[in-house]
Design a binder for this molecule. Structure first.
Ligand code: IMP
Ligand code: MG
Length: 171
């Protein structure tokens, strides 16, 4: 597998990140929401997006297992849980990409079960044609077609995460 086509440049990503940051700033002004980064894929997007939010926020990190290399397993478990008590909090889950929607739906339900006041979803990429579980995604960077993408935090077998652009992977 190799990078076959550039999907988004660093500048294109930066413009979307700034726009979403403005929207988040307006929506959560004065509320101190908890921004949750879904490691590892969302790490780069998370670092950029939280710096475009111009109101006080808290941050925390989780790691859940769902993908190994390129094979999907519907079994999901926390490898690293939050350190923050989410009861009564407004949560913004920051994810790299939503595919079937299973990961984000699982997280949303867990945080609501723990007493979160609200759970909003912010994702960089949305592969909407692959959706199996319906989820409301309020903040979306780009809707994309069903292609495997890497870069800007997204990996294939843990590689390409440090690429500044987003690329389609192919033969
Ligand atoms: P979902 O639970 O099916 O929505 O899967 C979402 C997760 O699958 C993301 O957090 C990614 O880790 C992974 N994923 C889905 N599509 C891609 C892709 O094109 N490139 C890299 N990772 C992907
Ligand atoms: Mg991920």
């Amino acid at each position: 597998m190799r990078k076959v086509r550039r999907m988004f440049t660093a500048d294109e990503i930066a413009v979307r990140v700034k726009n979403i940051g403005e929207k988040l700033t307006a929506d959560f002004n004065g509320e101190i929401p908890l921004f949750v980064c879904v490691l590892k894929g969302a790490s780069i997007f998370f670092a950029d997006i939280i710096r475009q939010v111009k109101t006080d926020i808290d941050i925390d990190f989780i790691t859940i297992s769902s993908y190994g290399g390129n094979t999907f397993s519907s079994e999901m478990k926390f490898i690293k849980d939050l350190e923050t008590n989410v009861a009564g909090r407004k949560i913004v889950i920051v994810e790299d990409i939503i595919d079937t929607g299973k990961t984000i739906d699982y997280l949303r339900q867990i945080f609501l079960k723990r007493g979160a006041e609200s759970v909003s979803i912010c994702c960089l990429l949305d592969k909407f044609s692959r959706r199996e579980v319906e989820v409301e995604v309020k903040y979306i960077g780009f809707e994309i077609s069903d292609e495997f993408v890497v870069g800007y935090g997204l990996d294939y077998d843990e590689k390409y995460r440090n690429d500044t652009e987003i690329w389609v992977l192919g033969e």
